[in-house]
Write a protein that binds this ligand. Structure first.
Ligand code: NAD
Length: 281
């Protein structure tokens, strides 16, 4: 079984991005900039943002975090986003989710310029992805896609099953695999026989948030299994895939932690650089 080492792959990607940033600095006399807006004090969000900022600086990006208290008014956040949209030193804007209840997520996403939308959640980027046009691709599915392509460069005709249909994960992942000529099934909480769907799959991407949902006898021999899930348990952080069981049948599997997570952050940096390059043309 191939244990897909997301940490190693992400380090490789970051190194490539670092070289690319050096080249851009030479050419344009400036570097891409990433601005993250963090609202509230939620511990996981604080950790994610800290990691994003650290990684951005490591590859040579200009990195800024704007922090607001939980009680911040929506209009102040929207005004700040509009200001950042006009700021030439900012290539990418990310508003860390989830947001406090009084702030409308859709309004926030739609206020970010689609050209600076490094999370790929703006409807224009969602449309670009489903039309096969250029645009930002959500970081986690992009990371999963790169990991899958590393194991299996030719995905044509493969049957791929997404578990979960969120905009952030399942739907975007499905589009990426469709572009690779996979036959794609998106499953969700109302799917009738999830085990049967999974058993037919050459590729499974689980993005649900249920501890060890995918069992060993759900997986076809030699399937590629990507575990996006992050679940806090007494054993620590575990994924949506029963790792010990599935590792006995799968051809390749991502661990949790150390699989998809590090690639998500590396892909955020990649998206920031892509946004910068598109605006310099
Ligand atoms: P979400 O809650 O938006 O979506 C979950 C999806 O799972 C829904 O589409 C739902 O229909 C489906 N679902 C729920 N119960 C199901 C069941 N019993 N069978 C099949 N499908 C079921 O979640 P999300 O934002 O897509 O995140 C999913 C998981 O991925 C979470 O654990 C989250 O923490 C994790 N995540 C990880 C990363 C990373 O970088 N590794 C990034 C984003 C999210």
């Amino acid at each position: 079984m191939i244990l897909i080492d997301g940490k190693k792959e992400a380090a490789k990607l970051r190194e490539e991005l670092k070289q690319e940033v050096l080249g851009l600095k030479n050419n344009f006399k400036k570097v891409p900039g990433l601005t993250v807006i963090l609202i509230g004090e939620m511990a996981p969000s604080q950790i994610y943002v800290r990691n994003k900022e650290k990684s951005a600086r490591e590859v040579g990006l200009k990195s800024e975090v704007i922090k607001y208290p939980e009680s911040i008014e929506e209009k102040i956040v929207l005004e700040k986003i509009k200001e950042l949209n006009k700021d030439d030193t900012v290539s990418g804007i990310l508003v860390q989710l989830p947001l406090p209840k009084h702030i409308d997520k859709q309004k926030v996403i739609e206020t970010i310029s689609p050209h600076k939308d490094v999370d790929g959640l703006h409807p224009m980027n969602v449309g670009n992805l489903s039309s096969g046009y250029q645009g930002s691709i959500p970081c986690t599915p992009l990371g999963c896609y790169l990991l899958i392509k590393n194991v299996e460069p030719n995905l044509s005709g493969k049957k791929a099953v997404m578990i979960g249909r969120s905009n952030l994960n399942g739907k975007a992942m499905a589009q990426l695999l469709l572009q690779e000529d996979c036959t794609v099934t998106i499953t969700h909480s109302k799917t009738k026989n999830l085990k049967a769907e999974c058993l037919a799959a050459d590729i499974i991407v689980a993005a649900v948030g249920i501890t060890e949902l995918v069992k060993g006898d759900w997986v076809k021999k030699d399937a590629i299994v990507i575990d996006v899930g992050i679940n806090k348990t007494e054993k620590g952080i575990v994924g949506d895939v029963a790792f010990d069981e599935v590792s006995k049948v799968a051809k390749a599997l991502t661990p949790v932690p150390g699989g998809v997570g590090p690639m998500t952050i590396a892909c955020l940096l990649k998206n920031t650089i892509e946004c910068f390059k598109r605006t310099q043309k």
